[in-house]
Structure formats: C-alpha cells, structure tokens
Design a protein around this ligand. Sequence first.
Ligand code: BTN
Length: 235
Amino acid sequence: MRVFRFGEIDSTNSFLKRENKLENYDLAMAKNQTEGRGRRGNSWVSKEGAALFSFVLKENSKLPMEEYRKLPLVVGVAVLRALKKFQSLDYKFKWTNDIYVNEKKISGILVEKINENFIIGIGINVNNEDFGDLKNSATSLKIESNKEFNIEELILTVVEEFKNCFEEFLNGGWELILKEINEKNYLLDKPVTIKIIDKITRGIGGKVLDDGTLEVDVEGIKKSFDIGEVHISFK
Ligand code: BTN
C-alpha cells in the first residue's frame, strides 16, 4: 500500500486510474481537485477542508463478480462507521452511494473499475463550510458539530473500516452489513423518481434487498431496482 498526497490534482480517482502497477489499498488524497468527479458524469466540487481520497481494491478471486455490485454499500457502511467514531450525528445512507445528515449530503462515493482494480473514491465534507448554491443540499461535519477534525486521520480511519468491512463481507457478513444499511436507509418511505432511459416511474422507497437492489412501491406493486440497470433520481 502506497500513499500519494497532493495539494491539488485533477481528481484522485483519475490519478489512480492513470497509474500503472497498482497495489491493493494504494491511497491517493488531495486538498483540492480541479476536476473532481461524481457519479453519472456529474462533477464533485468542494472547497478546501473536505476529505478527498481514492483507494484501490484488487479483485479478489474468492468473490464472484456479481457480488461486487454490493461494493458501494460495503463502502457506505465503512464510511458510516468511521464518521460515527469522529462525531455522533444522525447519519443516513442514501442508496446506493451517499451519506446524508439532516436531509443534506455530507459524503459521496464513486466506485469505478479499471482492469482488475476497483477505484473507490470518497468525498466527505469535513471542515469546509461554504457550499455556495448547494447550501440547502450539502453540509459538513463542521457545520453540524461546530468542531474541526483532522482530515488525514479521518481518511485513514475510513480505509481501515473498509478493510474490516470487506473482510467481514468476504467471510459471510453481508447480512449484518445490510442490516446497518437498512437501519440508516434515507430513502425509506420517501417519494422517489426512477428514470429508465426515457421512462419515468414514481414510487415510494422501500428497503434495500438481499441482492443490494432497492425495493420501490410503484402504485401498490413492489418492484426492485438495480443501480446498474437504471438511472435513478430522487426528489
Ligand atoms: C457522488 O456524489 O456522485 C460521488 C462523489 C465522489 C467524489 C470523490 S472526491 C475523491 C474522489 N475523486 C473524484 O474525482 N471523485 C471522488
């Protein structure tokens, strides 16, 4: 495991994707990103004070490929556990990749794959307080707690928690991970809008199911949605 620290870089995910010969748990962190990326081609913009980092997970031959669709949820639980160690707040997990506090986003996760490596990118709003136009939809640990935190310590804690969670996952611990996800399920009983190509379906969010898909009640009928198949947006 190597650690790469940057004052500024385009994106810690992009950096690791460009590197040859990645090792398991190679970690890149930056104070600022000029081209931070989110899911579905969105950009991730944050001012200095956020934890911006990515690390490598090498494909493990013990785990069948379809199990990796649960990876963002395993990462989510690791981030939840790490955050809880730093500051007790009412964190919620928004399937499949975000963490919310008080109805505002505090962290986003972007999992990408390059060859036999998964690049797990995480942004956590820590000591940053200025969200400009996003002030009604984003928050940080500092805003919620009035305290400042050591960013690198938090990053290293997330990676440690992930190592433990992934080990747990490999050893049959999915049920417990899923339970934690469902206890913190932000979308439960919330109206959701699902867009599949051009078709829009509205429903009410339900629980996250054993296969990692989200159950949605669509006019009284329970359907399940997989993030890999659908474009989903929420209101
Ligand atoms: C999302 O909310 O859509 C995911 C955001 C992920 C942002 C992090 S910041 C560190 C890493 N580098 C990136 O370019 N993106 C991820």
